[in-house]
Design a protein around this ligand. Structure first.
Ligand code: IPE
Ligand code: IPE
Ligand code: MG
Length: 258
């Protein structure tokens, strides 16, 4: 799986890290073990994305639907989240990674909320990879909270609803400061979005793999990026249009530098 100088590296990669439970089951270990090894996989993928100068990596850690899981699994996941934040904060800052949590964190314990704020603060000066962790996140929740804050603002400013634009909604989403994902990866074999970044993924390239999350490493990431790089993103245009625009850009570039 060799990346080359001509590989098109996505600016923003979004990942549904699925399959921890099944991975543990195969090892005849409790589900928590799968989640623990899953955290190690996160570390490797963060490192690999930093090395490739990816701008943003968004990972789905806990969905708004995951509250339906057994109480002890939820407790374990929260404990693991807390531990990972405690353990990784300094290393993230040292590696120039900026951490941001998206999702409704008001449902978490005070202690966890405090820790989240603290690690965001510790890494706020970083200008390398943006690591965006979606926790108690749902794509519909995000659209709803965007529309709510937009509605409040419009009320105050007495603005006419007819003047609302897509950009208004985008700019109130929890991801407003980042570009939209270029590449979506889901591990674990399921082919669904599970209420992840719904609005933001309107034109994202989708990549599904059967590899379970704890087994997903640098090689697997490179495989996904190579697949992405081989695709033609048309955004509604024809293939010929995209090719000739690219040629035009290359010529303009050559003239600019010559
Ligand atoms: C993904 O792995 C991690 C979380 C949802 C927190 P799962 O726990 O969903 O693993 P499977 O799908 O049961 O194998
Ligand atoms: C999606 O995985 C959420 C996370 C990876 C955190 P799930 O395992 O919860 O998704 P479904 O329920 O199979 O769609
Ligand atoms: Mg799952």
């Amino acid at each position: 799986m060799q990346l080359s100088a001509s590989t098109n590296i996505p600016r923003h990669i979004a990942i549904v890290m699925d399959g921890n439970g099944r991975w543990a089951k195969r090892q005849k270990r409790p589900r928590l073990w799968g989640h623990k090894v899953g955290v190690e996989a996160v570390r490797e993928i963060v490192k690999a994305c930093s090395a490739l100068d990816v701008e943003c990596l968004t990972i789905f850690a806990f969905s708004s639907e995951n509250w339906k899981r057994p109480e002890d699994e939820i407790k374990n996941l929260m404990g693991l989240f807390m531990m990972a934040l405690e353990r990784e904060a300094k290393a993230l800052a040292r590696n120039n990674v900026r951490l941001k949590i998206i999702g409704d964190i008001s449902q978490f314990s005070d202690k966890l909320q405090k820790k989240i704020k603290q690690v965001e603060e510790i890494t706020s000066k970083s200008n390398g990879l943006n690591l965006i962790v979606a926790a108690n996140y749902g794509g519909r929740w995000d659209i709803l909270q965007s529309v709510k804050s937009l509605a409040r603002k419009m009320d105050q400013e007495k603005r006419n609803a007819e003047l609302l634009t897509e950009q208004d909604i985008s700019s109130h989403l929890s991801t407003s400061e980042y570009p939209e994902p270029d590449l979506f990866i889901r591990t674990g074999g399921e082919k669904r979005i599970s209420n992840f970044l719904l609005w933001q993924m309107a034109y994202t390239e989708l990549y599904f793999t059967d590899v379970l999350w704890p087994d997903f490493g640098k090689e697997e990431l490179h495989r996904a990026i190579l697949d992405f790089s081989s695709r033609q993103r048309r955004f509604g245009k024809t293939g010929d249009q995209v090719v000739s625009e690219k040629q035009g850009a290359v010529i303009a570039d050559d003239q600019g530098s010559g």
